[in-house]
Design a protein around this ligand. Structure first.
Ligand SMILES: Nc1ncnc2c1ncn2[C@@H]1O[C@H](COP(=O)(O)OP(=O)(O)OP(=O)(O)O)[C@@H](O)[C@H]1O
Ligand SMILES: [Mg+2]
Length: 140
Protein backbone atom coordinates (compact mmCIF):
# COMPACT_ATOMS: atom_id res chain seq x y z
CA UNK A 1 0.00 0.00 0.00
CA UNK A 2 1.35 3.41 -0.95
CA UNK A 3 0.56 6.47 1.15
CA UNK A 4 0.49 9.72 -0.80
CA UNK A 5 0.67 13.32 0.45
CA UNK A 6 0.67 16.73 -1.19
CA UNK A 7 2.80 19.15 0.84
CA UNK A 8 2.78 22.90 0.49
CA UNK A 9 4.52 23.90 3.71
CA UNK A 10 6.89 22.68 6.39
CA UNK A 11 4.15 22.11 8.98
CA UNK A 12 2.60 19.46 6.74
CA UNK A 13 5.99 17.82 6.24
CA UNK A 14 6.50 17.75 9.99
CA UNK A 15 3.14 16.03 10.49
CA UNK A 16 3.92 13.32 7.93
CA UNK A 17 7.43 12.86 9.36
CA UNK A 18 6.11 12.47 12.90
CA UNK A 19 3.39 10.05 11.85
CA UNK A 20 5.90 7.85 10.02
CA UNK A 21 8.26 7.99 12.99
CA UNK A 22 5.49 6.79 15.28
CA UNK A 23 5.20 3.63 13.14
CA UNK A 24 8.91 2.84 13.03
CA UNK A 25 10.34 0.03 15.12
CA UNK A 26 13.97 -0.76 16.00
CA UNK A 27 15.88 -1.89 12.93
CA UNK A 28 13.79 0.03 10.42
CA UNK A 29 15.44 1.65 7.42
CA UNK A 30 13.91 4.58 5.51
CA UNK A 31 15.27 5.36 2.05
CA UNK A 32 14.72 8.78 0.43
CA UNK A 33 14.55 9.43 -3.29
CA UNK A 34 14.15 12.93 -4.70
CA UNK A 35 16.13 15.62 -6.49
CA UNK A 36 18.43 18.19 -4.91
CA UNK A 37 16.33 20.34 -2.63
CA UNK A 38 13.31 18.04 -2.69
CA UNK A 39 13.19 17.98 1.10
CA UNK A 40 14.86 14.70 2.09
CA UNK A 41 16.99 16.19 4.85
CA UNK A 42 14.11 18.32 6.06
CA UNK A 43 11.94 15.23 6.60
CA UNK A 44 14.80 13.54 8.46
CA UNK A 45 15.38 16.68 10.56
CA UNK A 46 11.78 16.56 11.76
CA UNK A 47 12.08 12.89 12.76
CA UNK A 48 15.41 13.49 14.52
CA UNK A 49 14.05 16.52 16.35
CA UNK A 50 11.05 14.50 17.50
CA UNK A 51 13.47 11.85 18.80
CA UNK A 52 15.27 14.52 20.81
CA UNK A 53 18.37 15.07 18.68
CA UNK A 54 19.65 18.48 19.72
CA UNK A 55 22.47 18.98 17.27
CA UNK A 56 21.84 20.41 13.81
CA UNK A 57 20.94 17.67 11.33
CA UNK A 58 22.31 18.28 7.84
CA UNK A 59 22.89 16.18 4.71
CA UNK A 60 25.94 14.00 5.44
CA UNK A 61 27.09 14.63 1.89
CA UNK A 62 30.79 14.77 2.78
CA UNK A 63 30.85 12.73 5.98
CA UNK A 64 28.64 10.06 4.28
CA UNK A 65 27.29 8.93 7.67
CA UNK A 66 26.18 10.95 10.70
CA UNK A 67 25.22 9.07 13.85
CA UNK A 68 22.98 10.46 16.56
CA UNK A 69 22.30 8.93 19.94
CA UNK A 70 18.81 9.51 21.28
CA UNK A 71 17.04 8.14 24.31
CA UNK A 72 15.13 5.60 22.27
CA UNK A 73 17.34 4.78 19.28
CA UNK A 74 20.68 5.31 17.68
CA UNK A 75 19.99 7.06 14.38
CA UNK A 76 22.23 6.49 11.36
CA UNK A 77 21.83 9.19 8.70
CA UNK A 78 23.55 8.15 5.49
CA UNK A 79 23.90 9.97 2.17
CA UNK A 80 24.80 8.00 -0.98
CA UNK A 81 25.00 11.20 -3.08
CA UNK A 82 28.76 11.58 -3.28
CA UNK A 83 29.60 7.88 -3.50
CA UNK A 84 30.81 6.48 -6.80
CA UNK A 85 30.59 2.74 -6.26
CA UNK A 86 29.06 -0.04 -4.22
CA UNK A 87 32.60 -0.88 -3.18
CA UNK A 88 32.80 2.33 -1.15
CA UNK A 89 29.72 1.25 0.81
CA UNK A 90 31.27 -2.17 1.45
CA UNK A 91 34.42 -0.44 2.74
CA UNK A 92 32.34 1.70 5.09
CA UNK A 93 30.73 -1.52 6.36
CA UNK A 94 27.18 -0.57 5.44
CA UNK A 95 25.80 -3.88 6.79
CA UNK A 96 26.58 -2.85 10.38
CA UNK A 97 23.95 -0.12 10.03
CA UNK A 98 21.30 -2.64 8.97
CA UNK A 99 20.93 -4.07 12.44
CA UNK A 100 18.01 -4.89 14.71
CA UNK A 101 18.31 -1.84 17.03
CA UNK A 102 18.94 1.36 15.11
CA UNK A 103 16.87 3.56 12.86
CA UNK A 104 18.67 4.21 9.59
CA UNK A 105 17.76 6.99 7.14
CA UNK A 106 19.39 7.01 3.70
CA UNK A 107 19.36 9.94 1.27
CA UNK A 108 19.83 9.08 -2.43
CA UNK A 109 19.49 5.38 -1.54
CA UNK A 110 18.21 4.56 -5.03
CA UNK A 111 21.71 5.28 -6.42
CA UNK A 112 22.83 1.85 -5.18
CA UNK A 113 19.71 -0.30 -4.88
CA UNK A 114 21.82 -3.44 -4.46
CA UNK A 115 23.20 -1.97 -1.24
CA UNK A 116 19.84 -1.48 0.44
CA UNK A 117 18.47 -3.96 2.99
CA UNK A 118 15.81 -6.55 2.11
CA UNK A 119 13.05 -4.52 3.68
CA UNK A 120 12.73 -0.73 3.91
CA UNK A 121 10.37 2.20 3.66
CA UNK A 122 10.83 4.12 0.44
CA UNK A 123 9.97 7.81 0.46
CA UNK A 124 9.82 9.53 -2.90
CA UNK A 125 9.56 13.31 -3.02
CA UNK A 126 8.97 15.28 -6.20
CA UNK A 127 9.09 19.06 -6.13
CA UNK A 128 7.39 21.24 -8.72
CA UNK A 129 6.35 24.90 -8.30
CA UNK A 130 6.64 24.94 -4.50
CA UNK A 131 4.39 21.88 -4.18
CA UNK A 132 5.86 18.60 -3.01
CA UNK A 133 4.30 15.24 -3.77
CA UNK A 134 5.47 12.61 -1.30
CA UNK A 135 4.83 8.89 -1.30
CA UNK A 136 5.67 6.32 1.34
CA UNK A 137 5.80 2.64 0.52
CA UNK A 138 7.05 -0.36 2.50
CA UNK A 139 9.18 -2.46 0.15
CA UNK A 140 10.47 -6.00 0.57
N1 LIG B 1 7.47 20.95 2.74
C1 LIG B 1 8.28 21.98 2.54
N2 LIG B 1 7.78 23.23 2.41
C2 LIG B 1 8.60 24.28 2.21
N3 LIG B 1 9.94 24.19 2.12
C3 LIG B 1 10.50 22.99 2.22
C4 LIG B 1 9.71 21.82 2.44
N4 LIG B 1 10.54 20.73 2.50
C5 LIG B 1 11.79 21.24 2.33
N5 LIG B 1 11.77 22.58 2.18
C6 LIG B 1 12.94 23.46 1.98
O1 LIG B 1 13.66 23.06 0.83
C7 LIG B 1 15.06 23.27 1.01
C8 LIG B 1 15.84 22.02 0.64
O2 LIG B 1 15.45 20.97 1.50
P1 LIG B 1 16.41 19.76 1.90
O3 LIG B 1 17.76 20.26 2.25
O4 LIG B 1 15.67 18.96 2.90
O5 LIG B 1 16.53 18.97 0.52
P2 LIG B 1 17.28 17.60 0.19
O6 LIG B 1 16.32 16.79 -0.59
O7 LIG B 1 17.86 17.00 1.40
O8 LIG B 1 18.45 18.09 -0.77
P3 LIG B 1 19.91 17.42 -1.07
O9 LIG B 1 19.71 16.38 -2.12
O10 LIG B 1 20.71 18.60 -1.58
O11 LIG B 1 20.45 16.87 0.21
C9 LIG B 1 15.23 23.70 2.46
O12 LIG B 1 15.45 25.09 2.50
C10 LIG B 1 13.91 23.31 3.12
O13 LIG B 1 13.59 24.18 4.17
MG1 LIG C 1 19.77 16.44 1.90
Amino acid sequence: MTEQYTLTNLVQTKEVACSLLAKLVPGDVVVFEGNLGAGKTTFIQFMCHELGVEEYVNSPTFTIINEYLTGKYKVNHIDFYRLNSEEELREIGIEQYYNAQDLTFIEWGNKFPEMLPDKYYEIKISYINEVRELTIELLG
